[in-house]
Design a protein around this ligand. Structure first.
Ligand code: FAD
Length: 557
């Protein structure tokens, strides 16, 4: 397959204004908010976010945040479960950082004001989700954990607004990362709506840039991610010369409410925690299709359940399977899952009395901008944190409730790294190559190609077709009218093309990457990462990096 050729910068009007800070943080989910709050000790922080502070996947998170808080649990046990879910391609060191620093960070978040549910004795109450062999999921507001974490962090931000070391601009979409002549990151171009003097396209210069832009969900027609999740950070990092890794590992959540064939964009998620509390899955003929497929049945890792659901749908000719929570009772469901119950009822299904139709939909990007243990990307001065990053903790499939934790833990680590010393401000240099932009009508076609040809099940043939469609879209659907929609669409296209290139190369099935033509996991050839960057001509070059020989804690990891 010919590697895709992508734009090295987006068509953008010349900046009409310039601002400056020491650290520029892009995004206001758990990763961006944590980094910004902590990094103000390193210098002046400018936090910019695409719409409002609240709008993020973080806000929508339901289940909770995982950490070995129970005395009977341990970071080692959490590590083991994470490695199992990651199907052999996690970076062990990154996982160890996550699980070891996690408990302290979750307690700090609680001390900051996040009101997790508590036991009668006042401890943080813990529940279990798919792939965890111990109760270690802290949750809040029943099934509104993300909303509570977002609230607590935004309140903490408001509390320090008087601090001259922190400034926030909402409705500020970052278009590109600026590079200095020596390649390092030295700021961003951004488009701001309605901020007085800082309106329209501007430049924010900084000594370090932290991308915390979240996921890529809108690359697919149906996703649990909000509209802001258009992969902007991954695409901007690629254009800035950074390496991205493992984009082929896409987590499709098995229980997203099915609202009919025409439903597009963000769809309602029914958290794993509902299965954690005892709900089961049935095919449309009433059979529990997870029993006998995996020792954890409905609580098997998400890729296993999604694949089984797709197979059950194919076998029965249905477009969904059923989630059966009826035996849990109205009182329990309403208390434990108030948001989910309300959303189901709104759609016409009462989980206390009805089966609820569910289907897999895009949920999480396990890959992203490649970073080390301190959030550093391959471009000096450019950091990535949270879902946009690939720290290596998720491998081929993220373990439930590990992503909020990743943003929290690595946000702290990046802030510590920045506090250790920032370089001098550099001047931005002009980037080679002609700028490009795709018109918004390409978005629909990108999503269509990705959903039918690079979704839960892929094959060499379907991926070649997707690559061809994407190449054609890139050549034909161009525009010279810069707009939010066009910038986002061009980013979606770049992420899709990279994801397809990786998925075509990886001739095996593992975690969130299922090849119908290579159904087995192949450790001999594919126990490692695929890493891509754009060469100076905008051609995507990809290399394979095997993981070190395994010193694994258990068989089969
Ligand atoms: C419905 C749902 C339920 C989930 N449940 C859980 C759960 O229970 N537990 C768990 O651990 N994980 C869960 N996840 C995953 C988890 O919520 C996310 O992975 C995590 O919140 C990502 O945090 P983040 O800070 O990296 O990104 P986000 O929270 O997505 O924040 C990204 C921010 O970047 C901004 N942004 C994007 N592009 C730009 C741009 N170009 N310029 C400026 N700003 C930009 C966005 O507006 C947003 O503010 C869930 C996700 C969803 C969608």
């Amino acid at each position: 397959m010919t590697p895709p050729r992508l734009a090295r910068r987006l068509l953008t009007p010349d900046p009409g204004w310039t601002t400056q800070a020491d650290v520029i943080v892009v995004g206001s989910g758990i990763a961006g908010l944590t980094t910004a709050l902590e990094a103000r000790r390193a210098g002046r922080v400018l936090l910019v976010t695409k719409t409002t502070l609240q709008e993020s996947s973080t806000f929508w998170a339901q289940g909770g945040i995982a950490a070995a808080l129970d005395p009977g649990d341990s970071p080692d046990a959490h590590l083991r479960d994470t490695l199992v879910a990651g199907v052999g391609v996690c970076d062990d060191e990154a996982v160890r950082v996550l699980v070891t620093e996690g408990p302290k960070r979750v307690r700090e978040l609680a001390a900051l004001g996040a009101e997790f549910e508590r036991t009668d004795s006042g401890e943080i109450a813990l529940t279990r989700e798919g792939g965890h062999l111990h109760d270690r999921i802290a949750h809040a507001g029943g099934d509104a954990t993300g909303r509570e974490i977002s609230r607590a962090l935004i309140e903490a931000l408001h509390a320090v607004r008087a601090d001259p070391n922190i400034e926030v601009i909402e409705h500020a979409l970052v278009v590109d990362v600026l590079n200095a002549a020596d390649g390092r990151a030295c700021g961003v171009t951004l488009h701001v709506i309605g901020e007085g003097q800082r309106d329209g396209v501007g430049a924010a210069l900084g000594r370090a840039v932290v991308l915390a832009t979240g996921g890529i969900g809108q690359v697919y027609a149906s996703t649990t991610n909000p509209a802001v999740a258009t992969g902007d950070g991954v695409a901007a990092a690629l254009r800035a010369g950074a390496e991205v890794a493992d984009l082929e590992f896409v987590q499709f959540h098995p229980t997203v409410m099915w609202l009919g064939r025409s439903a597009k964009g963000q769809q309602p998620l029914i958290s794993e925690a509902v299965r954690g509390e005892g709900a089961v899955l049935r095919d449309v003929e009433g059979r529990r299709f997870m029993v006998g497929r995996h020792e954890l049945a409905e609580l098997a890792p998400r890729d296993v359940v999604s694949k089984a659901a797709v197979q059950a749908m194919a076998e029965t000719g249905a477009e969904h399977v059923w989630l059966d929570a009826r035996h849990l009772g109205a009182e329990f469901l309403e208390h434990r899952f108030p948001t989910i119950v309300a959303r189901c009822r709104e759609a016409g299904f009462d989980p206390a009395t009805d089966l609820v139709p569910v289907t897999p939909a895009q949920h999480y990007a396990s890959g992203g901008v490649r970073t080390d243990l301190h959030g550093r990307t391959s471009v000096p001065g450019l950091y990535a944190c949270g879902e946009v990053a690939c720290t290596g903790v998720h491998g081929a499939n993220r373990l439930a409730s590990n992503s909020l934790l990743e943003g929290l833990v690595f946000g702290h680590r990046i802030a510590a790294e920045l506090a250790a010393g920032l370089p001098d401000q550099a001047d931005p240099a002009e980037r080679d190559g002609s700028p490009a932009l795709l018109s918004n009508d390409a978005r629909f076609y990108v999503q269509g190609a990705m959903t039918t040809e690079a979704g839960v099940v892929r094959s060499g043939t379907s991926l070649a077709a997707a690559a061809e469609r994407l190449a054609r879209l890139g050549a034909e659907r161009v525009t010279d009218e810069a707009s939010t929609e066009a910038w986002e669409t061009t980013n979606l296209h770049a992420v899709a093309a990279t994801l397809v290139a990786h998925a075509a190369l990886r001739e095996e099935s593992r975690g969130g990457h299922w090849r119908a033509d290579f159904p087995e996991r192949d450790d001999a050839h594919w126990r490692g990462h695929l890493l891509s960057r754009l060469d100076p001509d905008g051609v995507l070059t990809t290399r394979y990096q095997p993981l070190p020989a395994a010193d694994r804690p258990a068989e089969g990891l």
